[in-house]
Ligand binder design. Structure first.
Ligand SMILES: [Zn+2]
Length: 433
């Protein structure tokens, strides 16, 4: 198959247009009435977006293949409209050497559902004691540019400074999981009224904000690039806004769940109180935080949406709150949640969604082949999305190996109909190819 003709797609929500894909690239757009192709895809009423890019995915391989594998995680990504995901380093063994990142990268290439760009650990074994082999990972076949101890915070200011200095040599970025460890010992839920009523140890906003403020100052001091993972509080937004106003090279992401859900889910939800499906790190915050995060994503203070897709097997989630693992899956619902939180509220149009879920994350991760506008000459990484349907979320229908979605039973808008990776369909009619 060398040519595919997509008929009548609304590129970024605009007027209907045909899109001809040839040899992995966009060949032509516009009214291509008489054009012929090996395959034609009817996209009447569908929105065409550049293939989505995730800066924050946990694929769990190597080490926790009972939760997810590169194969199932990238299938979930393709089903969610993604053509590239960044695989976090907190695997077992940790992705802290050229060998491990190349292994993960090669598995992504072999399966071919979407590009897998490994993230390298900042410190050896995520132990926060000495820097990992950052240069070797950058020079490897995986060409690592994003480094993160995600799951853990690089809390030592000297190590953080050294990492920021080191990655400048290869245009890398340090992606920080901002969590002051001493302030969050035993933390279970956002520190506030709900945690007090439920008797759960609080995770205070200041534990995130203090690290973000410190890291913005450090990044400015050494002239390096900082990315802030999963921003969750209104105060964090203020700090990032301030750092950007100074011209510092700071970027940030927000997760879909922090754009939609609040800590009150732990108290009352269709799934009952104390349901650990809502246990996540950083925790769900307040309605006021949600409002600030949405506004920050709309005005560009927060650059992008990143899923923090965190699969866990049933036995690690369906237990009492205090013992349950933190995290939720998100690849297959991200676009629907963003439509619900940002598009249907009038905060973003489809061009804005493409910018926040494709162009900007690709730029932050330095993925040259992704996040490009749908125009002749660009790699044919495209998602076709039907925003007009509403359907209940069904975990059993998901491609992910895990089922820990907080949206079970919730009705969300939209459906990914097709995904193309360099002109090859990975999803057609909502199903994996
Ligand atoms: Zn994290």
């Amino acid at each position: 198959m060398t040519t595919i003709l997509i008929r009548g797609a609304r590129i970024l929500g605009g007027a209907p247009s045909d899109i001809l894909l040839r040899d992995g690239a966009v060949a032509e757009t516009g009214d291509l009435g008489g054009a012929k192709a090996d395959q034609t895809v009817d996209a009447d009423g569908l929105v065409a977006l550049p293939g989505l890019v995730d800066l924050h995915t946990h694929l769990r391989e190597p080490g926790r293949e009972d939760a997810e594998t590169v194969e199932t995680g990238t299938q979930a990504a393709a089903r969610g409209g993604y053509t590239a995901v960044h695989a976090m380093a907190n695997t077992s063994p940790v992705a802290d050497t050229a060998g491990v990142v190349e292994q993960v990268w090669r598995l992504g290439q072999e399966y071919g559902h979407c590009d897998v760009q490994p993230v390298g650990a900042v410190t050896s074994g995520l132990e926060g004691r000495q820097l990992a082999e950052l240069g070797a990972m950058a020079d490897s076949a995986a060409r690592v540019r994003v480094f993160s101890d995600d799951g853990k915070c690089v809390s030592d200011a000297v190590l953080m400074r050294r990492a920021l200095e080191y990655v400048k040599a290869f245009d890398g970025v340090v992606a920080q999981h901002a969590q002051e460890p001493r302030l969050t010992e035993g933390a279970q839920l956002n520190e506030g009224e709900v945690s007090a009523r439920l008797g759960l140890t609080g995770w205070p906003a200041v534990a995130e904000e203090a690290i973000i403020a410190r890291d913005c100052l450090l990044a400015a001091h050494v002239g390096s690039r900082l990315h802030v993972c999963h921003v969750s509080t209104a105060g964090s937004v203020e700090i990032i806004r301030w750092a950007k106003s100074k011209g510092w090279d700071v970027t940030a992401e927000v997760t879909p769940h922090h754009l939609l859900l609040t800590d009150s889910c732990a108290e009352r939800s269709p799934l009952g109180p104390y349901n650990p499906i809502y246990k996540v790190n950083p925790p769900l915050r307040t309605a006021e935080d949600v409002r600030a995060l949405r506004e920050a994503l709309a005005d560009g203070t927060i650059d992008c949406v990143a899923t923090d897709h965190a699969p866990h097997p049933v036995e690690d989630k369906e237990t009492e709150w205090a013992a349950a693992a933190m995290g939720m899956i998100g690849l297959e619902t991200a676009l629907s949640v963003v439509q619900e939180a940002m598009v249907e509220t009038g905060l973003l149009d489809w061009a804005g969604v493409a910018d926040r879920m494709s162009a900007r994350p690709a730029r932050i991760g330095r993925l040259a082949g992704h996040g490009r506008p749908i125009e002749p000459g660009a790699p044919a990484n495209i998602t076709l999305y039907d925003p007009s349907v509403r359907q209940p979320v069904d975990p059993a229908a998901m491609a992910s190996k895990s089922r820990n979605t907080p949206y079970e039973g919730l009705t969300l808008p939209g459906r990914v109909v097709a995904t193309f990776l360099r002109g090859r369909p990975t999803v057609l009619e909502g199903k994996l190819v």
